[in-house]
Design a protein around this ligand. Sequence first.
Ligand code: ATP
Ligand code: MG
Length: 436
Amino acid sequence: MEINPVKGTHDIIGGEANLYSMIEHTAMQVASCYGYKEIRTPIIEHTPLFLRSVGESSDIVNKEMYTFEDKGGRSITLRPELTAGIMRSIVTNKLYANTDLPLKFFYLGPCFRYERPQAGRYRQFNQFGVESVGNPSFFQDAEVIALGYRVLETIGLGEVRVLINSLGDEESRTAYKEALRKYFSKHIDKMCSDCKRRLEVNPLRILDCKVPEDIEIVKGAPKMTDYLSPASKAYLESVIGILKSIGIETEIDSTLVRGLDYYTGVVFEYHLPKIEGVDNIGALGAGGHYANLLAEVGGPSYEGIGLAFGIERLAYVIKTVHEFDTNFGIDVYLMGMNDSIIEKNFALADMLRGSGFSVESNYEVKSMGSLFKTANRKKAKFAIIVGEDEVAKKEVAVKNLKTQEQTLVKLEDLENVLHSLLNAYYASEYESPKEE
Ligand code: ATP
Ligand code: MG
């Protein structure tokens, strides 16, 4: 009997996995440049961690958590996001005792949310994110937003829009929630059942509703920006100003509230502008400031700011917008037409791989024509043909499979010659990328 994958999960295979790795490595590299260090926390945590941090009014806690009882009767949850676990880890390991604040971490790994699967929305997906904890300053907020933008720029998505808002301080938020409650009470009969619940527990959550009719009603709601205290307003403007000074434009979106309860102050999202043929998959990444989260899970009252990208969404965009070719080739296909040469090629391939070339060779005797077909199928840049003559002269024929040019190369020079041939190959691709 065939066993299907679990709904909302997906296999990431071959070139697609290469694309994921490329995105992940780039993100990690950029975060390292900003002084962030890696942290790896468990996929399972005690359920109360998420109830207390992500919050009981969030969709995540209400509808999306994978929670189960383990054999010891404990309530365990597959992490729906990583920030809560990192705060837990800071407390468990007393990292807050470090005098050198802020603590700056980046992370990468799978998250689990029981959502309705659709474009850009899975039940198991991967996040890359960063957290900076313990040094509240608008510079720190700006640093995290800039880091996220630089990640996108480096993977080729510099055209994104950076949306920003502030949820203000406690006082501004209370006043704003009151205004929202008043406004939505008049419309709630026509709104979805989730919004009815949200009105009771946290009317801010209504602004995040994705039901089209509700979005129309949200458009007429009071704006957070009208309720910000002068200090919160000045803070937001400082973040916007400092980002502008390094060439990063932001747009204030006064309905941006984010779906997690722990955010306070500045919140932001990265969105693609509308592009033909690309589904609207929501935010590529998002984050915000949290003033009380560490204290909420038992640590000192250090403030923090973080962001997270969905790797699936980034990969989707790169594939559709940039038509990224996930079918990577190899550098060299080594061709041998008889058993003794095939055996010699086994050693030659091993040597070339040791020098960093990607190399494959044939293990069965085949005709030259059939081997060339294989080389092309494997998208080899070069074929190396070794015949009896060549063995005698200790040389091989190197053929550029794009130009069909062939060169005889002494075995002892092969490594150096291959390096320069490959450099020339890449240079020619760079000069005329459209010619093929
Ligand atoms: P959305 O509003 O799209 O539901 P969210 O507010 O729930 O997103 P966050 O919790 O802030 O998202 O997660 C950060 C990022 O993780 C999102 O911007 C998105 O790129 C990605 N992400 C969130 N949920 C999913 C999912 N179910 N599948 C794939 N990626 C996701
Ligand atoms: Mg969501």
